[in-house]
Design a protein around this ligand. Structure first.
Ligand SMILES: Nc1ncnc2c1ncn2[C@@H]1O[C@H](COP(=O)(O)OP(=O)(O)O)[C@@H](O)[C@H]1O
Ligand SMILES: N[C@@H](CCC(=O)OP(=O)(O)O)C(=O)O
Length: 383
């Protein structure tokens, strides 16, 4: 494996920052640190990078605002603290990003949102739309409605799920250590620094321990597991010290700072195989010869105008098969419309959708990014 930066050729980056960094070890939202990252994010955006921020710190900030010196044990108190603190976090990011001329948006997500196909697709469309409008999304967990996540307090997993969701090239996890060591450096002064490894390498899990501070929760293990999860969609991970001067800019310039955990598979190949492996067919559509040729030969999206018949009872976000007029399966993908809607807009141009459906939505039935051609990958047989 080479030591070349995993940011080489990267365009879309998810940056995750932990509670202790964001709140200066619980002293309160750290304006200077957040200002520093926002300045770097603006420079990256200027250079054409698309960046999504995942920021922890709501509970730590809420505890400070409520005057609580120790982390409450009761779930509803943790949730109340998160609700209070999230106001401060959002306010700080909005202030610092707008000072850099960047528009921002707050997105609160739960793991369940991303496990549900329809919500997954909605969250994905929202985030991609924000990026297309050059708005920087700042994401945290929706702590008010979750139980497990708030107990474990781990936003590293959320960072990885977001990297999968937006098909990021790289997940950068900023923390209070320079990266991964062979053992927790707070406990073992002899611990060796690991600069490069393969994401998903099981030996890394043995090196990583829990959180060393009272503010952070996940520790290094959740970061290593996040890297393993991110690499499933082809994203590499960097774990680096959040206070390293110009850390994001230097990473983008190719400097080998932090621990680089390389993804083995290419982004596109990983996503397509993931779709082929994990998804169950809920229905199918037959398409005319023109649409079949566009998909097969030009790699285009499937537009409803090319759809002749709709089979099954599927919902938006579920996987359906796309078949040629003789029934041969051509592709599989995530549908933007339910079966009932697809029946209404089949054979129609997108200009007619609003009149038929009562609202304007995506022009594609299946966007090419959400579709695999059967000829490209091994897919399990249709039921
Ligand atoms: N092998 C390791 N290498 C580096 N840090 C480790 C390791 N094992 C455990 N840690 C601990 O993980 C901590 C970072 O995790 P955490 O406190 O959850 O941070 P964050 O709030 O940034 O998510 C470090 O401060 C360190 O004490
Ligand atoms: N979502 C919560 C908890 C997240 C959390 O503690 O994660 P991290 O500090 O990244 O290990 C918050 O904003 O306080």
């Amino acid at each position: 494996m080479t030591t070349a930066s995993v940011l080489d050729g990267a365009r879309r980056i998810v940056v995750k920052v932990g509670s202790s960094l964001v709140t200066n070890e619980g002293r309160g939202v750290d304006a200077e640190a957040i200002g520093n990252w926002c300045r770097q994010l603006a420079a990256l955006a200027q250079d054409g990078y698309e960046v999504v921020m995942v920021s922890s710190g709501a509970i730590a900030e809420g505890m400070k605002r409520l005057g609580w010196s120790s982390r409450p044990k009761e779930l509803h108190e943790l949730q109340a603290a998160a609700a209070v603190g999230q106001m401060g976090l959002a306010q700080m990011y909005e202030t610092q990003l707008s000072a850099q001329g960047l528009a921002s948006a707050q997105v609160l997500l739960t793991h369940a949102d991303l496990a549900d196909r329809e919500r997954y697709l909605n969250a994905r469309s929202t985030l991609l739309t924000l990026l297309a409008h050059r708005v920087l999304p700042v994401i945290n967990e929706n702590d008010t409605v979750v139980t497990d996540e708030i107990k474990f307090g781990d936003n590293d997993t959320l960072g990885a799920l977001v990297a999968n969701l937006v098909e990021a090239d790289v997940l950068v996890i900023l923390t209070d250590q320079r990266g991964l060591y062979s053992a927790d450096p707070r406990k073992d002064p002899q611990a060796q620094f690991i600069s490069l490894a393969e994401a998903g390498d099981p030996s890394l899990e043995a090196m990583a321990g829990g959180a060393g501070s009272s503010i952070g929760r996940g520790g290094m293990l959740t970061k290593i597991l996040a890297a393993k999860r991110a690499c499933r969609s082809g994203a590499s991970t960097v774990i680096a010290w959040g206070r390293e001067p110009d850390v994001l800019l230097r990473l983008a310039r190719g400097e080998a700072i932090g621990t680089h955990l390389k993804a083995r598979t290419q982004k596109l190949a990983a996503r397509k195989q993931w779709m082929a492996d994990h998804l169950q067919l809920r229905g199918s559509v037959r398409v005319d010869e023109g649409a079949a040729a566009k998909l097969r030969d030009e790699g285009k999206s499937l537009l409803p105008i090319g759809v002749t018949t709709v089979h099954g009872d599927f919902h938006r976000g579920e996987v359906i098969a796309v078949c040629a007029s003789d029934g041969t399966e051509l592709a599989r993908g995530l549908t933007n419309y339910s079966a009932a809607e697809a029946r209404l807009i089949a054979r129609k141009p997108s200009s007619a959708f609003e009149a038929v459906l009562g609202y304007l939505a995506e022009p594609e039935l299946i966007h090419r990014d959400n579709m695999i051609l059967v000829s490209q990958v091994q897919v399990p047989a249709s039921p």
